[in-house]
Write a protein that binds this ligand. Structure first.
Ligand SMILES: [Zn+2]
Length: 265
């Protein structure tokens, strides 16, 4: 199901569905002829139908994941599509997704976007592009300085994650949050949490939380505790997604990504 709302001059296109009792939200944003992300193929019909009545001249992806690029191959081919250059080879091939992700979002067909990494302009706006890896290697955040808008893709999602995906890195997310927080902005447009009018505060909360987690993990590691013990002490509870994802999503990856980075210093 799609619902559309407006904030200032930004259209927020929200897709919602339920799976095994878990409610999933995903947001696309449309501003001044620029479409940000294309949504998951699971919502292909709704999204393609909706966009056929909208005008957009260019499309930018915050990153290559299937819930952001899932409909790229079925949207009109004459609209230029952009992604961070490191995402191009990932979009050109068919993704090998674990079963639960195909079930959640649907898969995505290969497509060939163009590389972009400095800025993207529309008639009335200039968006600075900030490379913000951590959730994905090609993750971009869009900053519109005059309006104080930050389109944050999956950099935020939630302020206190208790588990992450195997491909994510806590130290890289910390560095990316520090990077965006050196910029001026107020409103955050998140791909899953939606519009956060007090977004700057929420991003700062996440940064503080992750830095605190990082400090605790390293203190325990330096005391000689094994990874499994650190995980058990810090994150005693497991969540349905941990099992459902066969532990591609797990608190263990929080611990290992911090220790791995420390070891490479
Ligand atoms: Zn993602």
């Amino acid at each position: 199901m799609l619902t559309v709302s407006e904030f200032e001059s930004v259209k927020a296109i929200k897709g919602t569905f339920k799976l095994a009792g878990v409610r999933m939200n995903v947001y696309l944003y449309l501003i001044d002829g620029l479409l940000i992300d294309s949504g998951p193929s699971r919502l292909q019909k709704e999204i393609v139908d909706y966009l056929s009545n909208e005008i957009y001249h260019q499309l930018i992806f915050t990153h290559h994941h299937e819930d952001h690029t899932g409909n790229a191959a079925v949207l009109p081919g004459n609209v230029p599509m952009y992604i961070h250059p490191s995402g191009i080879p990932l979009c050109k091939r068919k993704p090998h997704l674990p079963f639960y992700r195909r079930l959640f979002w649907g898969s995505r067909k290969p497509f060939t976007p163009e590389g972009i990494d400095q800025q993207i302009k529309t008639r009335d706006h200039t968006f600075e592009l900030l490379h913000t890896p951590g959730h994905a290697s090609d993750h971009l955040t869009l900053l519109e300085k005059d309006q104080g808008w930050l389109f944050s893709g999956d950099l935020y999602v939630m302020s206190h994650p208790k588990s992450i995906f195997a491909f994510e890195s806590i130290p890289d997310v910390i560095a990316s949050l520090e990077k965006v927080l050196t910029c001026e902005f107020k409103t955050v447009f998140c791909s899953h949490a939606g519009i956060l009018p007090n977004g700057r505060k929420r991003l700062k909360e996440k940064l503080d939380y992750l830095q605190s987690i990082q400090g605790q993990v390293l203190a325990k590691f330096n005391d000689g505790k094994p990874i499994a013990t650190i995980q058990k002490e810090m994150f005693p509870t497991r969540h349905p997604l941990n099992y459902f994802s066969l532990f591609e999503n797990s608190s263990r990856h929080i611990v290992t990504s911090i220790i791995k980075k420390e070891g490479s210093r």
